[in-house]
Write a protein of this length. Structure first.
Length: 341
């Protein structure tokens, strides 16, 4: 899809007003591009007529013609997006279903369009929102995977403590589990974000929103141990970024992908499920907090969730776990319950 001014305006709004990350903005762009390609496909006869008429123009004006046609296509795409009706949105959802996209992916693409057209209505580009009458497809609720306490302990104890990279990895895993922060928040930490005296981290979350998160003494101890190794390493490397907390072997800020690779290595070493991700430690943190009596609102604040409904998924986890424990302890009661009409 060609560049369209209203799409660029929307992406700038996401970046500069909503303070979304560049990665998120790219995902929104990709979703709108796919919708634009779908709309264009349904209007191909009209476009082909335009292209055929341009063939008969004087060859000497070829460059001017190319520019004019490009402008026509560009304004045509914009006009298609601005003139969308609800039935075309429903046709698009049917197309996505036909292409066997998952319900979660379809819901995300629809959410992108919903935000896009809300923006256009607020900026008086559209008179009405064609998505308003379209319901989001019902999704199957998948409970997030979490680790038991003994599994967490096995994972945390896996990194070797005889070299600075192993000590760094132990400090990272301890921090993820102790605080429940996202991996993107972990790699974004700077040295001055760690308050050893107050035992808290200053975290920059989604949308550049900042929050203060408590961190356990064990995690702080490993961070301190890592910093001692790190500072010695920095003395012999002038390229070390002294501002960043968790760095790679070259002294630059770690990437989220690097953390995932490290996690994969330690999962294999610990004999744990290889499908576990760094985010699983976040799920484990939240589940264990609730299991130990924390209230839902506190866990919401610690995780940096904007909506309480996002945090409520963990109550399903704890309820499910309690039922498993009960059933294993009272198998007869479970059998009687299952046999009742």
């Amino acid at each position: 899809m060609e560049e369209v001014s209203i799409v660029n305006e929307f992406l700038d709004y996401l970046r500069f007003e909503r303070r979304f990350s560049e990665h998120t903005a790219k995902c929104y762009r990709a979703d709108i591009r796919q919708f634009g390609e779908f709309l264009t496909h349904f209007h191909e006869p009209m476009q082909s007529d335009t292209e055929q008429s341009s063939v008969h123009l004087d060859h000497s004006h070829h460059s001017d013609t190319a520019t004019a046609v490009a402008t026509q296509v560009k304004s045509g795409l914009e006009q298609l997006l601005l003139s969308v009706q609800t039935d075309m949105v429903r046709a698009y959802l049917a197309y996505l279903n036909q292409k066997q996209y998952s319900k979660a992916t379809i819901a995300r693409k629809l959410a992108t369009l919903r935000s896009f057209y809300k923006f256009l209505v607020r900026r008086h580009k559209c008179h009405s929102n064609p998505i308003a009458a379209v319901r989001t497809p019902k999704q199957e609720k998948k409970l997030p995977h979490f680790l038991e306490n003994d599994q967490v302990a096995r994972l945390l104890e896996t990194p070797p403590m005889d070299n600075w990279l192993g000590v760094r990895d132990r400090a990272m895993l301890e921090t993820l589990y102790s605080t429940g922060i996202r991996v993107s928040e972990l790699v974004g930490l700077n040295m001055d974000d760690v308050d050893f005296l107050g035992e808290v981290l200053h975290v920059r979350g989604k949308g550049k929103k900042e929050r203060i998160v408590p961190i356990g003494s064990s995690a702080l101890r490993f961070i301190q141990h890592y910093i001692e190794f790190r500072n010695k390493r920095a003395q012999s490397n002038s390229n070390f970024d002294l501002r960043v907390l968790f760095v790679n072997k070259h002294g630059s800020r770690l990437s989220t992908r690097s953390v995932r690779r490290k996690m994969d290595k330690y999962l294999k070493m610990a004999g744990l499920d290889p499908s576990i991700s760094p985010h699983t430690l976040r799920h484990s943190f939240a589940t264990h907090m609730l299991n130990n009596g924390a209230d839902l609102r506190s866990v919401q604040e610690l995780l940096g969730h904007q909506s309480l409904s996002t945090t409520q998924i963990y109550t399903h986890l704890t309820t499910s776990r309690l039922k498993e424990v009960y059933d294993s302890a009272h198998p007869r009661d479970s059998q009687m319950t299952d046999s009742e009409p």
